[in-house]
Design a protein. Sequence first.
Length: 120
Amino acid sequence: MQARILACLIFASGAALAECERPYPVTIPADPPAEKDVMMEIQGQVKTYLSEADEYLKCNEGEQARLASELQENTGGADDIQVQIKILLTRYNNTVDEMHVVGDRYNALVRSYNAQAEPN
């Protein structure tokens, strides 16, 4: 029963949470490309993703602050607001984790690319 109520609250809070658009992480290939221009294209995609993710995090923080303020002003619907804050916080943390994964994978790709470019 509680799971059903939580699902309804999450669905109902979707409109409020839709204010911030979370970007999809970039897919980093396992093997480095042979061409430098492809590597530069991947670098551009990573930079764009990280920039968009930073913007998302700022928006998310703003929504959390707005909801926290609303929670202090309003006693009715406090449970709904707390659920929304928890959802935003989870999305925030997941985005930070994804950003680290993308950065780590890209850095590993750069190391592999540089290693293959070095003469033996």
